[in-house]
Design a protein around this ligand. Sequence first.
Ligand code: G4P
Length: 526
Amino acid sequence: MSQEVITEAARRRTFAIISHPDAGKTTLTEKFLLYAGAITSGGAVKAHQGRRAATSDWMDMEQKRGISITSTALNFPYRDHELNLLDTPGHRDFSEDTYRVLSAVDAVVMVLDSAKGIEPQTLKLFEVCRARNLPVITFLNKLDRPGLDPLELLDQIETKIGLRPTPATWPVGSFGDLRGVIDRRTDVFTRFTRTARGSQIAPEEDVSAERAAEEEGNEWIKAAEEADLLSAMGADVDIESFLAGESTPVFAGSALTNFGVRHLLDAIVDLAPAPTPRLDINDQPRPLNEACSAFVFKVQANMDRNHRDRIAFARICSGKFDRGMIMACQRTGKPFATKYASTVFGAERTTIDEAFPGDVVGLVNATGLNIGDTLFDETGTSVEFPPIPQFAPEVFATARPVDTGKSKQFRKGLDQLNEEGVVQVLKDPDWGDASPVLAAVGQLQFDVFASRLEFEFNAPIEILSAPFQAIRLTDKESAEQLREKLGVRILSRLDGRLVALFENKYALQRIEQNEPELKLDHIIAG
Ligand code: G4P
């Protein structure tokens, strides 16, 4: 059994695509499925007239706003490997949801719109990958139409994110007339042919340098010169620094016309790492072939209106998962029966009978499981993985039900969405549920929160901004003293930790300077 686990883990690639909205993440996801043979024709993900019929569009709010807020995990085989593509929410605001997904992947594909380069709003997301040393593969998308010079894009990657770009493929063809790519690792020039609306795999032809010079003329000469320049600069793909999160192999192409998509998909198999032993809370690696263990990186309730249930998404870290096995939740010590395990593809569920390290299982009816929880096979050695780091909230609000008769539903929704991590609900340790403060990294989290309370819990709410400017972690003793100060509120988080909220940043600074004995810790993610 243990050899089976090692072999199966080595076949897994678990990754996410991150990009600025509209850079082409949805299109690329679909083209991956096309090239892997999971769908037979492109164009299925989006319906006509630009309206999305994407598989994850099951929430009213998503449909209204045309954004994908919820994350699902796609699993598809490619070249005798199992690829797990975890969907990251595609909205402008940085959100904690995305961050949690990144804690469950082994690599990331960063998609850039070549006409726009690195856009400020998504910079934070890229910086998080950089800070966590996640291996990043870059795709320069939309090269089929006018955009920035690819060399300029490389420069942006280096200067704005601090990742050293190492082009694996380089485009041949001028703006609006992409003809193919040179694989700098093999010097092979692959020429593509467009298919109608890019709905089918683009036929490829490997062309020798001599023929390319003859047939592609100046386009070829320019691309070959640039490729030489890159070699002279030493910008070659380097696995070691890629795996360390310091350099990024860059691929060129167009998700719309499918040019370069195969090269990119191959890179996920050939370059991206297979799952490795995950470090536990004591920094000890949990061997892949130990008894089954997993951690919950996402909890989602009410995914299916007809079922009204709660799904915990767990990434397998070690061992073989067999549906029906009993797992223990490390935090509560309670057993959890995994009878209903599924993969979730939009609104559709498929039962999953077994899974290996790198795979994601959706555990249905997961009452009692929270984000960050560790699960392990009851019959094996126990383990605790470190909690998923939380970001310091930057925006604060209060909420109250519009209809006071709905306060029961309101409280239920509050607790549920707090557990899901949609927002953080900070409660007064003395007042309990009365006048909680909502905290989030981005404003959009409040919108999602309000929408879900209204539609899923039938408790429309009014959100009012709360006048806080800073938050710190504190302890019981310091809290006693802080509570006496003007403009400070002491509240407690879901995990029971006390936090101090400050109405004024300068007041906080003054307290930190004058009373250094008080415990006031930054909330740091990383
Ligand atoms: P997202 O998930 O990152 O938000 O981006 P999405 O794939 O939805 O793509 C956003 C728009 O960019 C879509 O156009 C899509 O067709 C287009 N696009 C994606 N990749 C390429 C590419 O390689 N080249 C070109 N030229 N366009 C690309 P749309 O007009 O919003 O939608 P649609 O009506 O064309 O489907």
